[in-house]
Design a protein around this ligand. Structure first.
Ligand SMILES: Cc1cc2nc3c(=O)[nH]c(=O)nc-3n(C[C@H](O)[C@H](O)[C@H](O)COP(=O)(O)OP(=O)(O)OC[C@H]3O[C@@H](n4cnc5c(N)ncnc54)[C@H](O)[C@@H]3O)c2cc1C
Length: 230
């Protein structure tokens, strides 16, 4: 993990991106597109640190490393600080950031890769998908079906794609590959015993629960983690 969102001194190596576009997925999340400085190179899974006024927050681009602009998928936290600013800033506003940061990159190996993400925690996998990276299984979780972002990108990425929600809304369409329940149960049900490379990203509780399950059910597997929120 690149670090927490603690406030520190003004960092060095600042770059600037102009806010070009905003697209809402639902009232809970949106995508923001920034111009990309020519000297900003990154690998799928890296993060950037947005630096705004006295705030510093990490985001994982959903755009691919070769895309001309920088796209972020942001959860709108009404009582938060930076996400409401990103949600309402005028198009054309300049935002400062540093990066790339972190180590949540794809490492090819003989073990089948399994990607598991919750809510906006699927962001690094969107960037990996746009880099042509494939996986054995993709398990996507969210509180509600409307927060299962980028499914069209993820379904072709994996030999096996399953999604789950931990709350069902009245208007949710429950498809044959949408489950309701706990992520750890779903992982246990959908993966044969074996040794895998697990990539876990998003909600801290999911990362903790699935890591415990891996220790018990899939010993000798490798686990890469990135926690976005508690
Ligand atoms: C390595 C890393 C990568 C990250 N990448 C992303 C990303 O790509 N997209 C993204 O939306 N966020 C991401 N985050 C979280 C992001 O840095 C901010 O914490 C988030 O945008 C909230 O900031 P805020 O100032 O609005 O609210 P804050 O005042 O910082 O937080 C308010 C509350 O919101 C919770 N929270 C924070 N992020 C989320 C979230 N994504 N979903 C649900 N609850 C949350 C916090 O736990 C806290 O309780 C990442 C965090 C880390 C550490």
């Amino acid at each position: 993990m690149p670090g927490s969102n603690q406030q520190t001194d003004m960092p060095t190596g600042i770059k600037f991106g102009e806010l070009l576009n905003r697209r809402w997925f639902s009232e809970d999340a949106f995508e923001v597109e920034f111009s990309r400085p020519q000297d900003f190179l990154f690998k799928a899974g890296h993060t950037i640190k947005m630096v705004h006024q006295n705030l510093q927050r990490y985001y994982s681009p959903v755009s691919g490393p070769n895309d001309p602009t920088l796209l972020l998928c942001v959860n709108y936290i009404k009582e938060g600080k930076l996400s409401p600013i990103l949600a309402s800033a005028e198009i054309g506003t300049q935002f400062a950031f540093t990066g790339p940061h972190g180590y949540f990159n794809f490492s090819p190996s003989p073990r089948p890769p399994v990607f598991i993400g919750t809510d906006t925690g699927v962001a690094p996998f969107a960037s990996m998908a746009r880099s042509g990276i494939k996986c054995h299984a993709f398990i996507q979780g969210a509180r509600h079906a409307k927060a299962l972002y980028y499914q069209d990108l993820f379904r072709p990425l994996a030999e096996k794609y399953v999604s789950f929600v931990w709350e069902i809304l009245d208007n949710d369409t429950v498809s044959s590959d949408l489950f309701h329940g706990k992520m750890a149960d779903l992982v246990a049900q959908n993966l044969k015993p074996g040794v895998y490379d697990f990539y876990l990203c998003g909600w801290q509780k999911m990362v903790r629960d699935v890591t415990h399950l891996i220790d018990k059910r899939f010993p000798d597997s490798r686990v890469y983690t990135e926690v976005f929120y508690q």
